[in-house]
Write a protein that binds this ligand. Structure first.
Ligand code: PSU
Ligand code: MN
Length: 304
């Protein structure tokens, strides 16, 4: 298995020195945000993680290898190239075998992080059960991964392009803890709140780290969702954003968008219809997730 994994110099040194490491995904770069904001955000997020005492490890597939930690030029390549595959669990082996460039989703990043023995992963939003899934069966592989892979994902909840209620039901069935960071309702990505109550409202990052440790000490396999609300000053108006999402969903249906193209299409449309405001919010929440995620990683590392 080791033959497929290449650690960056920074990540290798961090491992030798026992430093906390935070995994980052690359689909958010290649398929979640436009260039050049995607690369600028990726670099800023890495810097925030360093400032908070951890080491960033952005994960992607290059030339038949799983890269754990990307160079400056590699980040640029993933941000700029239009020839990068979106890689979830099903795609991983083929992309490695054919040595194609692959950007890892939450699911694939979790798999790669676990292979590299990294437990904490920061991103923007997770995939979930799509609206209308009762007929389309469109349920993100991210949820199954959370059920089986031992990595905690720090995010801003899930976007209301999804059916948040069904997503929560799915996670409950699969035994995935959804831990609110100083909130008792599920944040809905662009907004701080939703109508869905959470069972766990963690008061600080130590409590989250201790919860993760207890879970894995007990061999309760699977990940956890750490839901961190978007900072107040960057939150969007609920009615405004939900109206936009409705229009984007209609356009997706009219254009017969399906499969792995649904989420990137929706992200692009929402950005277009909000004239970039959704992108600003997206960037702000990812940066804040990096702060909280690094603190969890530092705390968790101290408990090992
Ligand atoms: N949600 C976002 N931004 C993203 C994604 C989701 O707000 O960039 C990306 C993540 O990589 C996530 C993937 O894992 O989309 C989910 O895709 P799908 O719905 O096709 O499983
Ligand atoms: Mn899907």
């Amino acid at each position: 298995m080791k033959q497929y994994i290449v650690l960056s110099e920074e990540v290798r040194t961090a491992k030798e020195q026992g430093k906390p490491i935070v995994a980052l995904e690359s689909t958010i770069i290649s398929h979640g945000m436009p260039y050049p904001q995607n690369v600028e955000t990726a670099r800023a997020v890495e810097e925030i993680i360093r400032e908070n005492g951890a080491v960033p490890a952005t994960i992607a597939l290059i030339d038949g290898k799983i890269k754990i930690g990307l160079t400056h030029d590699e980040l640029e390549m993933f941000g700029k190239s239009t020839d990068v595959a979106k890689v979830s669990r099903r795609d991983l082996a083929y992309l490695l075998a054919t040595k194609k460039m692959g950007a890892t989703t939450v699911a694939a990043t979790m798999i790669c992080a676990e292979l590299a023995d990294i437990q904490i992963f920061v991103t923007g939003g997770i995939g979930g059960v799509h609206r209308g899934a009762e007929t389309t069966m469109d349920i993100s592989a991210d949820l199954e991964e959370l059920a089986q892979t031992n990595v905690a994902v720090i995010c801003a909840g899930a976007k209301s392009i999804l059916d948040l209620g069904l997503t929560m039901e799915y996670l409950e069935t699969k035994g995935v803890p959804v831990i609110g960071y100083q909130t008792d309702v599920l944040p809905a990505f662009f907004t701080r709140t939703s109508e869905f109550a959470l069972q766990i409202n963690a008061k600080d990052t130590d409590e989250i780290a201790a919860t993760l440790k207890a879970k894995w000490d007990l061999n309760l396999k699977g990940g956890a969702v750490i839901a961190n609300p978007i900072p107040e000053e960057h939150a969007m108006d609920e009615e405004f954003i939900n109206g936009i999402i409705e229009s984007a969903l209609k356009e997706a249906a009219e254009n017969n968008i399906a499969g792995k193209d649904v989420t990137p299409f929706m992200l692009g449309k929402v950005k277009e219809l909000t004239e970039g405001k959704s992108l600003d919010a997206n960037i702000a929440l990812v940066k804040h997730n990096a702060v909280i995620g690094s603190k969890i990683a530092v705390s968790f590392n101290g408990m090992k």
